[in-house]
Design a protein around this ligand. Structure first.
Ligand SMILES: [Zn+2]
Length: 112
């Protein structure tokens, strides 16, 4: 995208860039650089606006995490056999099971 833009600028200013007069070439280069800086500025502004609207990566990750966590709380969750707190559905290599929401203080589990 940026490279394409740069090539377009090169073509647009070709006649000045190929000029014999070094001052004309220098001026053309300065104009191109100025335009490139403007383009970068608007890209950075767009990124800032996007961040304002959608939040950063970490924020979106946290939202997904909370969502996944909420899904672990099901209405039909049993009580912990050891402390009576509600249980959460957990995943392990051996399969799903109910684990105490008080984990790690309570290690109570139930089979699903
Ligand atoms: Zn418990």
């Amino acid at each position: 995208m940026v490279a394409k833009h740069a090539l377009e600028q090169r073509n647009k200013y070709a006649s000045w860039l190929d000029e014999e007069d070094a001052v004309v070439v220098a001026n053309a280069l300065l104009i191109i650089i100025g335009r490139a800086l403007n383009m970068l500025k608007s890209q950075i502004e767009a990124q800032g606006k996007n961040f304002e609207e959608n939040g950063g990566f970490g924020e979106r990750l946290m939202a997904r995490h909370l969502e996944a966590r909420e899904q672990q709380r099901s209405a039909d969750a049993p009580e912990c056999p050891q402390c009576s707190k509600p249980m959460r559905r957990r995943k392990s290599a051996k399969g799903d099971f109910w684990g105490c929401s008080g984990f790690p203080d309570c290690k109570g589990t139930r089979a699903i």
